[in-house]
Design a binder for this molecule. Structure first.
Ligand SMILES: *Cc1c(COP(=O)(O)O)cnc(C)c1O
Length: 455
């Protein structure tokens, strides 16, 4: 593959503190081998998440200065609404401080006991907000989407047969909404095809069920459609985005992903009654409907981010640089979830480290080794994150993955080359990696604060 030229040049830099392996061994031991407990300044390349970690452009920073901080009716709000409606032509655009606030409001209105929300795969905050209301969150992704080594161009697709069966089983009257998460974050950042969106919509229409899109990575999904779905090669990204949303009745959005900002989100919808209820709830927790938990300057930064995220040069760089990382890891023999997703590469740590049993946390061992050896922070997505059972026991998660999430416009190819070199070196001495144990853990969400040691 040719060198990927980042479609931007750098005007303002943030220094990275270079540390030695010896220093990092001490630093990670001091925080009991929990990567969430590190000070970010002690991390050289931070691939913990792509959420809220984007670099803003000069134009976005300029828009920050133009932001208007009027309590009601700010011009920033109108610029934000225009930018959203250009891509997602819904009647009501309600800003929130991030994606989960939009979810909380939406499901407070439509959720409740006896209700079912169907989705390809619910993101964890989406599921939590649905379940909090007493409703149930049902995942219906295609079988290929659950198998790390199966190759399919649209592994995020909803299983149409399972969707029809679920509607029969739960009853259309108990399903206030079907959702599609694009790209499918919890399923490895895999895209959903236009054909799938269209088919899901047709079924929803038949039963009079609204379709909402969890839109966090809508632009990355559109680029995959352009690359992989026949008939779309000549379409512009904006056309593809508009078509995607033309099948939906609303969306929730975390602007911390594909709006290229560090905080923000929105709820968009056509239903007037729901919109009125949503604005009433918004005032309780987020703020007045023309700022929704954000400042005017945040709204302006999102408006510009939405123009930039659909630029084809940007998306080409974004998707091919993620693929570049995946391709070189595969070449080195490192097993990854295939094909590469849009925002992250997932290493199959269980396959890479067969000598470490799942209950000895191969993902955690690899993530710690990557930090110690190279100062790179990744995230275990496996038995540490999902293995604790409600009865206090523990069992192996479905997979033991290590996620390398790529912040948008932050790192250059040489940073990524350094990640590849470091992982290749670790792979060469993978048999030396040791299993780990948890020496302390909280009752819930243990991965954030658990303390570890080597076996
Ligand atoms: C990040 C994310 C959310 C939640 O958004 P926040 O801004 O983190 O609250 C919801 N759905 C998906 C698919 C996401 O990736």
């Amino acid at each position: 593959m040719k060198t990927i030229i980042e479609p931007f040049k750098i005007k303002s830099v943030e220094p990275i503190t270079i540390t030695t392996e010896g220093q990092r061994e001490k630093l990670i031991k001091e925080v009991d081998y929990n990567l969430f407990s590190l000070h970010a300044k002690d991390v050289m390349i931070d691939l913990l998440t792509d959420s809220g970690t984007s670099s803003m452009s000069a134009k976005q920073w300029a828009a920050i200065m133009v932001g208007d901080e009027s309590y009601a009716g700010s011009p920033s709000y109108y610029r934000f609404v225009d930018a959203v409606q250009h891509l997602m032509p819904f009647d009501h655009i309600i800003p929130t401080h991030q994606g989960r606030a939009a979810e909380k409001i939406l499901f407070s209105i439509i959720g409740g006991k006896g209700k079912y929300i169907l989705n390809n795969t619910h993101f964890d905050t989406t599921r939590a907000n649905i379940e909090y209301t007493g409703a149930r969150a049902i995942d219906l992704v295609i079988e290929e989407g659950k198998n790390p080594s199966s190759i399919h161009p649209f592994k995020g697709n909803m299983d149409i047969k399972k969707l029809q069966q679920a509607i029969q089983a739960y009853g259309a009257e108990n399903i206030p909404m079907v959702m599609l998460t694009v790209t499918n974050n919890s399923g490895g950042g895999q895209p959903v095809s236009m054909e799938n969106i269209r088919t899901v919509k047709a079924i929803c229409k038949q039963y009079n069920i609204p379709l909402f899109i969890d839109a966090c990575r809508f632009a990355e999904n559109a680029y995959f459609i352009k690359m992989r779905e026949s008939g779309y090669q000549q379409h512009s990204i904006i056309d593809i985005v508009q078509e995607m949303f033309s099948y939906a009745d609303g969306c929730t959005m975390s602007a911390k992903k594909d709006a290229l900002v560090n905080i923000g989100g929105w709820l968009a919808l056509n239903n007037n009654e729901w919109a009125e209820q949503a604005r009433n709830l918004l005032i309780l927790t987020e703020g007045f409907p023309t700022y929704g938990g954000l400042s005017g300057r945040d709204l302006d930064a999102m408006a510009v981010g939405l123009e930039e995220v659909v630029e084809e040069d940007y998306l080409h760089y974004r998707i091919t640089s993620t693929q570049y990382l995946g391709n070189y890891l595969l070449k080195a023999g490192i097993p990854i979830v295939q094909p590469a997703g849009g925002h992250a590469i997932y290493i199959d740590a269980r396959a890479m480290l067969p000598h470490i049993k799942p209950l000895a946390y191969p993902g955690q061992s690899l993530a710690v080794a990557l930090y110690k050896y190279a100062g790179i922070r990744s995230c275990e997505i496996g038995t540490v994150m999902f293995g604790a059972q409600p009865d206090g026991k523990e069992k192996a998660a479905a997979m033991d993955l290590v996620r390398l999430a790529i912040p948008r416009r932050v790192y250059t190819q040489s940073h990524i080359d350094y990640v590849i070199e470091s992982l290749t070196d670790i792979y060469d001495k993978k048999d030396e990696l040791k299993g780990m144990k948890i020496v302390w853990q909280p009752k819930q969400l243990r991965h954030f604060t658990a303390k570890f040691d080597y076996l």
